[in-house]
Design a protein around this ligand. Structure first.
Ligand code: NAD
Length: 373
């Protein structure tokens, strides 16, 4: 069983799918690991550190039986993998039909971390959560670094600086960490999410929950798309808090749908010059009107960041957690003889295997597949 760990090809991606500790774990399972030279460099992990942990360093890591990657990969990267191989990592399996098509053409098997069930049992494998948590932290630091103000209150001989006002919209995994980080840095924090149960979570972190429309989550724990009237009432309730904020971090997402619009251009125009918005949903349509993926735009003196890969900005810790997520997942598929065997009847492995030997099998991937190009 040869397991390859590749150097990520996407510009700006600094994470890696294995760290020395997880190489050692796989060696203990009898798996032979091959790491592409330089794969860990941007995350601060040298080739020597991988070699000491027991990995072979070779540029043909991508032709292994099982490829560990961060991703999502360009189709050309999948082309480099061998037919019939298994690939794991972010694969955008519910949105990117071109990736599915390549996996099918090459009779491959794909374990997509986006498809790992969000259950208590699978918590240690939940890469969406481990990376969103770090991204929420990084979003506050990004925003704070581009503000003309500090976050905490400061009483000095030269006068008192009042705390900055931070507003966090969307309180899932990333939003909770953004609240906690902004609170730790001393900001006065307000937050809002459409899901009813988030009020208690916001208040338990010492932030204030904004009174705006809430609704029950769907059976998967996710928010549903809202009607136009609800959206209008959200905008009305949020407007005064937006106008008064020094820093806004938006994280609202609806899986498989465009992100909800929470901050309109009119609301941006009401903000003070120098205020900063970090729209973490910029890559899926944006929560903020006018945000641009991976760019910073300035409108009326308000800086709007649209980062799409904040976890890559803290690559050492992001890789450490992500590599651990993959190990927890793969442990369920290792066999005692040093092999790899997928039990598709298993709730976690069956749910995560979006393509098996070239056959698309996850219901959401299947819907995308059958919709055609
Ligand atoms: P996400 O990234 O899909 O969305 C971020 C937040 O945006 C969510 O809290 C959502 O309610 C909110 N949102 C969506 N539409 C909105 C709107 N119109 N207005 C305001 N807010 C809006 O969410 P996530 O961080 O992946 O978490 C989703 C759910 O999964 C949560 O219930 C979370 O607690 C749950 N979860 C469970 C586990 C587990 O049990 N192992 C692990 C992780 C997450």
């Amino acid at each position: 069983m040869r397991v390859g760990v590749i150097l990520e090809r996407k510009p700006g991606e600094r994470r890696v799918a294995a760290v020395p500790a997880t190489i050692e774990t796989m060696a203990g399972w009898g798996w032979q690991t091959v790491v592409e030279p330089g794969a860990g460099a941007a995350a601060g992990i040298t080739d020597e550190a991988f070699a000491e942990a027991g990995a072979e360093l070779s540029s043909d890591a991508i032709s292994a039986d099982l490829v560990l990657q961060v991703g999502p990969p360009a189709v050309e990267v999948i082309d480099e993998m061998v037919d019939g191989a298994t690939v794991t990592g972010f694969l955008d399996p519910f949105v990117d039909r071109a990736i599915l098509a390549r996996l099918v053409d090459k009779s491959m098997t794909a374990l997509a971390v986006e498809a790992i069930p969000r259950t208590t049992l699978a918590q240690s494998m939940d890469a969406l959560s481990s990376q969103a948590n770090l991204a929420g932290y990084a979003a506050v630091l990004l925003g704070s670094a581009s503000m003309p103000r500090i976050l905490p209150m400061m009483v000095t001989a030269a006068g008192t600086i009042p705390p900055s006002k931070a507003l966090i919209l969307g309180v899932g995994v990333a939003g909770l960490q953004a609240i906690a980080t902004a609170k730790r840095l001393g900001a006065a924090v307000h937050a809002y999410d459409i899901r009813t149960e988030t009020q208690e979570q916001v208040e338990s972190l010492g932030a204030r929950f904004i009174s705006a429309p809430t609704a029950e989550a769907d059976e998967g724990g996710y928010a549903r798309e809202v009607e136009q009237d609800t959206q209008r009432r959200q905008h009305e309730a949020l407007a005064p808090y937006v106008a008064d904020a020094d820093l806004i971090v938006t994280t609202a997402q609806i899986p498989g749908r465009p992100a909800p619009l929470l901050v309109t251009a009119e609301m941006v125009a009401s903000m003070r010059p120098g205020a900063v918005i970090v729209d973490m949903a910029a890559g899926t349509g944006g929560n903020v009107e006018g945000s641009v993926p991976d760019e910073t735009v300035t409108v009326g003196g308000v800086h709007i960041h649209g980062p799409t890969n904040l976890a890559a900005g803290v690559p050492a810790d992001a890789s450490r957690l992500y590599a651990r997520n993959l190990i927890s997942l793969l442990e369920r598929a290792r066999s005692d003889d040093g092999g790899f065997s997928l039990d598709l009847e298993d709730e976690i492995m069956g749910g995560t295997t979006v393509v098996h030997n070239g056959e698309v099998r996850h219901p959401r991937s299947l819907a995308l597949w059958e919709a055609g190009p």
